[in-house]
Design a binder for this molecule. Structure first.
Ligand code: FMN
Length: 297
């Protein structure tokens, strides 16, 4: 009887020892496998990644259905969690619920429009209130300002999607007479530039497909810059033509062009076939806003 118990005890110890050895090895291997296949994470159950991979643009077909004030506040609070240079949050976010005003400002309507402006006026006023002078002039300031602003925009897009709210990011504000945007919401002329409009809402219909993305050479570079080779460019052209990948913006090219990119550069972007020779409206507005290096203009 005693021998039997001793033998059982012996086998128990061997089994436990094997587990102690095997479990860390198994966990380590699983982690290594996950690292090797990082792109597969996009298909994982990670809620943040699932939200990012479910992002899509609703091209203006939003229901006339409001977003609750609670959700709007949550989106705004999430938006300002984005990083900003020197923690300065150099933007203003104008919340617009008047649908007609939305249309006039950006050409689209949804439940709400968040107009994101690069804006240094709050900081200038703070400095002045304390008897200091602060002149955020020039392009370096503008680049940092736009970076801070656009990070806040995309953070809002992700937060909205996490709440089941779709969006459209649009530069429709820069089409036509740009002064209208300043007039509609009474923006300061100096040190303020309406950068992008974010329309939020619920779609009237589901998009037919989820847009794909170009990846690989020309997008990702290893250690140093690499302009795609002739073969890689041919592959890029093919990917845009591929009906399964849905990388392109539209199917309008199919009737008259060999490739989508032929249509893109000759029809859609025909105005970019020659270098710009005179001051554009955007340049004038940026100059008025003091965001252009004056010695160069
Ligand atoms: C700067 C910018 C401007 C855009 N302007 C418009 C626009 O005016 N109208 C529109 O329908 N979509 C606009 N879009 C959305 C893009 O067309 C869209 O992101 C792209 O086709 C990829 O589609 P997806 O977001 O559904 O993946 C804009 C996006 C960005 C980032």
């Amino acid at each position: 009887m005693k021998t039997k118990l001793l033998r059982r005890d012996f086998f128990k110890k061997i089994f436990a020892g094997t587990l102690v050895f095997l479990i860390p090895t198994f966990v380590k291997k699983a982690i290594a496998r996950q690292k090797d296949h990082a792109p597969l994470l996009s298909k994982s159950n990670n809620e943040t990644l699932k939200t990012i991979h479910s992002l899509r643009t609703i091209h203006g077909n939003f229901k006339d259905q409001p977003i609750s004030q609670g959700n709007l506040d949550t989106i705004l609070q999430a938006s300002i969690q984005a990083p900003s240079g020197s923690a300065l949050q150099t933007y203003s976010i104008i919340v617009i619920k008047d649908r007609e005003k939305m249309k006039r400002i950006c050409g689209y309507q949804g439940a709400a429009l968040l107009l994101y402006c690069v804006d240094y006026n709050r900081l200038i006023a703070s400095a002045k209130s304390l008897g200091h002078s602060y002149n955020p002039d020039g392009m370096q300031i503008y680049i940092t300002g736009t970076t801070n602003t656009i990070l806040a925009v995309q953070t809002a897009v992700i937060a909205a999607k996490a709440l089941g709210i779709d969006s459209l990011t649009t530069n429709g504000i820069h089409r036509g007479d740009m002064q209208r945007v300043w007039d509609e919401v009474e923006l300061p002329e100096k040190h303020c530039f309406p950068l992008i409009a974010l329309v939020l809402g619920y779609p009237t219909e589901e998009p037919k497909y989820h847009k794909g993305r170009l990846d690989g050479p020309g997008v990702f570079h290893n250690e140093k810059y690499h302009l795609p080779t002739k073969e890689e460019l041919a592959e890029i052209t093919r990917k845009y033509d591929d009906d399964e990948l849905h990388i392109r913006l539209s199917d309008d090219w199919k009737a008259d062009h060999d490739h989508y990119l032929d249509w893109l550069f000759t029809k859609r972007f025909s105005r970019f076939s020659k270098p710009i020779s005179k001051e554009t409206q955007a340049f004038k507005m940026l100059k008025r806003g003091r965001f252009v290096d004056m010695q160069n203009s």
